[in-house]
Design a protein around this ligand. Sequence first.
Ligand code: 13P
Length: 253
Amino acid sequence: MRSKLIAGNWKMHGTIKETRKLILQLAVEWKKSCEQVEVLVCPPFTSLIVARHELEMSHIKLGAQNCFTGIDGAYTGEISATMLAEIGCSYVIVGHSERRTIFAETDDLVSRKVRSVLDAKLNAIVCIGESEAQRTSGETEAVLSRQLKGSLAGLSASDIVSVTIAYEPVWAIGTGKTASPEVAETAHRFVRSELETLFPGTSENVRILYGGSIKAENAVSLFSQPNIDGGLVGGASLDAEGFIDIIQAAVSL
Ligand code: 13P
């Protein structure tokens, strides 16, 4: 049985002071460790070290929102997975649609980032998802299949234990237009079947998160779907109370 993962992607939000405040609020509310639900926060790079310190006594894990490939080198402005491991991260989000669209990240680059994350002994959250136009023109499955195959290229079945997939339909991100539980479940089921084809025998152990306008009000109906193993939460994770309600939704199932 897969445990759920509820991850907050704070994107480019929050000063160090604001991050500390939010983490302290979360840590007060989420003191217990819970076998069924793992909680993760991914603040901006500048807040990671403070976040690590504030999270020391809690069961909330720390993640980063991006990294570059390799260990070190002449890559001005970039940060490696090894550096993120040193700072205390256990997860790195890779291939978020904002990086794919705004920063032109390709599946090939995403796959090389995933390799670096796994080489640093961290877990990768690999994001995939179709745009509104792609859904409307009936390309959803082809897009998901291509992104999955490209982003996981070169991995072995044993690598897959450290990979979480996040299905984030681009049209649902930051728009308030959540995918219905049925639409999301259909996509997740497809992703799992594709994973089974790519890495036979592993897909039942891979967590597939949903992301896109998750709120406390829709969390239970989404998380109760058999192939939805938690959420990658953007806007709603910036509010401690709202994020805790989403975590509680997962705990309640
Ligand atoms: P929202 O929850 O704000 O729609 O963002 C989702 C997301 O992009 C998480 O990575």
